[in-house]
Design a protein around this ligand. Structure first.
Ligand code: FDA
Length: 450
């Protein structure tokens, strides 16, 4: 449903592509700024989101999965602990503050944090158009200068009339997309873990038994998938295939965790490329191909218990690679190679789940025309300032900010939630600093509803 202005008279100060946690946090920062700023200093903001409503990794909202970041790193607290968009204010509204406190944890359920995000998003619904995918962005030139971008969106997959909105600044926060190995085409029997919950629910509903499932990968999502399939299909054998010897724990120890501090972003951004690479390599075990220790221990206990009972249903095919996958009418046939010996075994499975990670969506092909005005470094990566603003060629006053897809400039926090609140504050400060003077007047800023 269209809720944002799109007429020729409307020029946005900031238009966000995507309305996940990153741009939601920015929307809150702008909203709070507008609430106290004099009229001429308010920002007209709007956000375009392709999902039909707010949703954060819905396919992985496993009932008992918990956040991997403290609730204090919510949408606002690290920027402004007094904001009423905090997780604690959400809890108070749900009448669960005391109950949460009694859990003695910093790490809420993932389902609960999703509800928190959705609660915050609902309060800013007038700033968002859902069910609308940005398919193109065109620089608009006046007097030889790129002053605005025209952002073209339409219903996902639809061929309906596109909507065009003009903005002085673009904030791209399109997040991560599921990554499948090259050549893999998902099917009813083989899919990415991002679809876990709906696919499992569908299979359970169909009544078709699952005798064996194969899960490829050794990261958090892979381990969660093994555990969830094991619980969901009590008769099934779950085979976990990965190249490592065993799952390795995520490093969330206090000193390593400092890599996610705002100060670490300052340091990273100013460091030479070799130091950046070294920091990334030293600390990738805070996030990549690692599993929460609790889950590792729980899976290990389950495996041992089943061994004692003589009903082992979890099989670790470690130091192994998937060599071949062929479709069968009612499933898949996978060939797994044990790397130390080269020995191969063939498994018939009802399900094959690719827990093969996510990749940043980046600017995407549909933003190609904007990419042409952006500067790139020697590695052909975008040059992004500390304020998250992409450096552009001469004669461009319109701005592009990135939230995510900036690991090469801002480090490991780029795709995570750790600095979401602080980053939004930094972008807001930069937006205000780049605001043309004198400030334009016009219809009430932020009032985006038609
Ligand atoms: P996010 O991907 O959430 O949102 C991007 C939005 O843009 C989506 O809603 C998408 O639909 C929309 N979009 C994309 N292209 C568009 C287009 N062309 N037009 C319009 N809309 C478009 N991190 C962490 O710090 N702690 C944690 O506990 C977790 N947990 C976690 C669990 C799972 C299962 C995953 C997969 C990831 C995490 N993460 C995480 C990392 C995760 O990236 C992070 O939590 C946020 O999702 C990042 O928020 P963003 O808003 O940047 O992207």
């Amino acid at each position: 449903m269209t809720t944002l202005h799109s007429g020729p008279d409307t020029v946005y100060d900031v238009l966000g592509i995507g309305f996940g946690p990153s741009n939601l946090a920015l929307a809150i920062a702008v909203h709070e700024h507008n609430a106290t700023a004099p009229e001429g200093e308010r920002l007209r903001a709007g956000f375009v989101e392709r999902q039909a409503g707010f949703g954060w990794h819905r396919g992985m909202l496993i009932d008992d999965a918990t956040m991997q970041v403290s609730f204090l790193k919510d949408l606002v607290t690290m920027r402004d602990p007094t904001s009423d968009f905090s997780f604690l204010c959400f809890l108070r509204e749900q009448d669960r503050l005391v109950d949460f406190l009694n859990q003695k944890t910093l790490f809420p359920l993932r389902v609960e944090f999703h509800d928190y995000f959705a609660w915050a998003a609902a309060r800013l619904a007038h700033l968002v158009e859902y069910g609308s995918e940005v398919v193109a962005v065109r620089p608009v030139v006046e007097d030889g200068e790129v002053r605005w971008f025209d952002v073209v969106s339409r219903a996902p997959g639809g061929d309906g009339e596109p909507t065009v909105r003009r903005t002085r600044t673009l904030v791209v926060a399109t997040g991560l997309e599921p990554h499948l190995p090259p050549g893999v085409v998902p099917s009813g029997h083989a899919w990415h873990n991002s679809e876990l919950l709906p696919r499992v629910a569908e299979r359970v509903r169909s009544g078709e038994p699952v005798r064996r499932a194969v899960v490829l990968g050794a990261g958090q999502s892979a381990a969660e998938t093994v555990d969830y399939l094991h619980r969901s299909f009590p008769e099934a054998e779950i085979c976990s295939v990965f190249a490592k010897y065993g799952y390795t724990p995520a490093d969330d120890s206090p000193f390593a965790n400092r890599i996610f501090d705002p100060e670490a972003v300052d340091l990273f951004h100013g460091a030479p490329p070799a130091v950046k690479q070294a920091l990334h390599d030293y600390h990738r075990s805070t996030n990549y191909s690692v599993v929460d220790l609790d889950l590792i221990e729980s899976l290990s206990r389950t495996m041992y218990r089943e061994k004692v009972q003589g009903t082992q249903r979890i099989r670790m095919l470690n130091v192994s690679r998937l060599r071949e996958v062929t479709r069968r009418p009612d499933g898949v046939r996978v060939t797994v190679e044990f790397l130390p010996t080269g020995e191969e075994q063939v498994l018939d499975a009802d399900l094959l789940v690719y827990a093969t990670g996510y990749r940043p969506r980046g600017m995407g092909d549909n933003l190609g025309e904007v990419a042409k005005v952006c500067l790139r470094d020697d590695e052909d990566a975008l040059r992004v300032g500390r304020d998250h603003r992409v450096e552009t060629v001469a004669h461009v006053s319109a701005g592009v900010y990135l939230q995510g897809g900036t690991e090469h400039t801002h480090g490991l926090t780029s795709t995570l939630l750790s600095t979401t609140a602080v980053r939004s504050g930094e972008i807001l400060t930069s937006l205000l600093a780049h605001r043309p003077v004198p400030a334009p007047t016009g219809p009430a800023a932020e009032h985006a509803s038609a």
